[in-house]
Ligand binder design. Structure first.
Ligand code: PHE
Length: 504
């Protein structure tokens, strides 16, 4: 763009700043010189930067300022000056301190200081002022000059001043340090060209009064360069994981599912026993599960007795059960739930679910696992089940396909797997075109009669559970869970990420 055209696009705020851009400066200095508000300067600088008239750099510097005592001493004089002034005629520390209105503590400090300056002598508890002392009283102490010059940027101090500063810093609350952010403004070559041309005072915008009194006649308006990209603003954003969570909630709600709610701290009963996981199952080991020191309550006796029957000999299901003696103490052990299926079974036992019914749940779960790119010790599971006459594996496949299709995941394959509480059990995988491999999506199955019998459920129940963080990782095309959750997540990514959108 030619320079005259560029000049005609300058906003009044930009024009106000321009004359002060003869050399490198800072935003703070510009506010001082132009009398503009800080926000006005910042806005104008961003516009100037977008037009490549200046470049901006952020830096932070250390400022020293007066502390509480520093402020007081500046008003009442430094205690060492008051002490020195009070000596005339007096010689005992107590008398001098009283006259100078100085505490015992301050007096001790003053004596040390003044002795080091050779301003006093102390013999047999008697204080005397020296010639040096009388001399320095006549002029300003270096400490006083420094305090008067505050606040100041540490980097601007001379070697001498730095020594004085370090002495003052040893004393109580005379000095305080502050970090301040600076925006360094570097004018570009264009500034030189702009300064050579006369920049007209354009009318900046049409207002009703300009239209009414026709004061626009014969004048020119400021040009708007609409090819210019404005500085980007990043307002508050929802965390990518929360976004995916809300999307999943929306999808299941639309599909007619009701949402469940359950506790993080569970009894082993609801997390494991209720769904026919045997008490010697490897998943119960300490290395897989976070156990808590306390025990919880078992539910209604009628339910417990049927669970015992299923575990020990299969109850009325026709199954043989596990053939061991069920221990209620093991079931009472509290833990951090390892799957949200604990809540599904609480619903079976506590909520009197009337088929047909569809429920989902998004909840936090905990597994005693080493954290790596694809495993977390604490994450969210998306759980769901449908209970109705005639449900089969086909229906389960259908629900899973429908669910993922809404997020644009179509290439899905199923394979058999094992869960103690479902039969058959089925895993779904999807083909990742980028990574050229099949990746696990979801674990699912049809609950076994041994798991349902204690709750009087006779109709088939299809159910599933998936990791929310892994889903978010897939949708955000990340290879590491820690890029989505946890302390290592890039804040810029949270601020600028492209929101995942539904594909249906
Ligand atoms: N609880 C299973 C898991 O943690 C998920 C699941 C839920 C599987 C319901 C089958 C039925 O992986």
């Amino acid at each position: 763009m030619d320079i005259n055209k560029l000049a005609s696009t300058l906003h009044p705020l930009e024009r106000k700043i321009l004359p002060f851009l003869t050399s490198q400066t800072t935003a703070a200095e510009l506010s001082k010189k132009t009398g503009m508000q800080d926000v006005e300067v910042l806005r104008a600088l961003q516009w100037l930067q977008a037009k490549k008239i200046v470049s901006l750099e952020e830096s932070s510097s250390e400022i020293i300022d007066l502390g509480e005592n520093g402020k007081r001493y500046l008003k009442e004089k430094l205690p060492e000056r008051r002490f020195l002034e009070a000596i005339s005629g007096l010689s005992s520390v107590e008398e001098i301190s009283a006259k100078a209105k100085i505490s015992k503590e301050e007096a001790t400090a003053c004596i040390g200081l003044l002795k080091r300056k050779n301003a006093i002598t102390l013999t047999n508890n008697k204080i005397d002022i020296t010639d040096v002392g009388r001399e320095i009283l006549k002029s300003e102490f270096p400490e006083e000059s420094l305090l008067k010059s505050l606040p100041v940027d540490i980097s601007r101090l001379t070697e001498q001043q730095k020594k004085v500063l370090s002495e003052l810093q040893k004393r109580k609350e005379i000095i305080q340090k502050k970090q301040v952010k600076n925006i360094i403004v570097k004018p570009s070559e264009i500034v030189r060209h702009l300064s050579k041309i006369e920049i007209k005072q354009y009318i900046d915008s049409i207002t009703p009064s300009i239209l009414k009194d026709k004061s626009w006649k014969g004048k020119e308006f400021r040009r708007y360069d609409i090819s210019q990209k404005p500085p980007r603003n990043y307002p508050a954003r929802i965390h990518p994981l929360t976004e995916v969570m809300e999307m999943v909630r929306e999808i299941f709600s639309e599909m007619g599912f009701q949402e469940m709610e359950g506790p993080w701290v569970e009894t082993s009963f609801w997390c494991l026993d209720s769904m026919w996981i045997p008490q010697d199952h490897p998943a119960r080991e300490i290395q897989d599960t976070f156990y808590l020191p306390d025990k919880g309550k078992l539910p209604d006796k009628k339910i417990v007795e049927k669970v015992i029957a299923c575990h020990e000999y299969g109850g009325k299901t026709g199954s043989k059960g596990y053939g061991y003696k069920w221990n209620p103490e093991v079931a009472r052990q509290l833990l951090l739930r390892t799957h949200t299926t604990a809540t599904t079974f609480r619903y079976f036992g506590e909520k009197n679910i009337k088929p047909p019914a569809k429920y989902f749940y998004i909840g936090r779960i905990f597994r005693n696992e080493a954290v790596d790119a694809t495993h977390l010790a604490e994450f969210h599971q998306v759980e769901g089940f449908v209970i109705d006459d005639g449900l089969t594996l086909r229906h389960l496949m259908g629900v899973i396909r429908d669910f993922y299709a809404k997020m644009g995941i179509y290439k899905i394959r199923f394979k058999p797997t094992y869960n103690p509480y479902t039969e058959p059990s089925m895993e779904a995988l999807y083909y990742d075109e980028k990574r050229k491999k099949w990746i696990e999506l979801i674990n699912s199955g049809i609950f076994r009669p041994e798991a349902l019998e204690p709750f009087g459920i006779k109709k088939p129940v299809i159910a599933w559970g998936l990791g929310l963080e892994r889903l978010a990782m897939i949708l955000h095309e990340k290879n590491n869970l820690r890029d989505i959750v946890g302390a290592g997540v890039d804040f810029d990514y949270i601020k600028r990420h492209k929101a995942v959108v539904r594909k249906d």
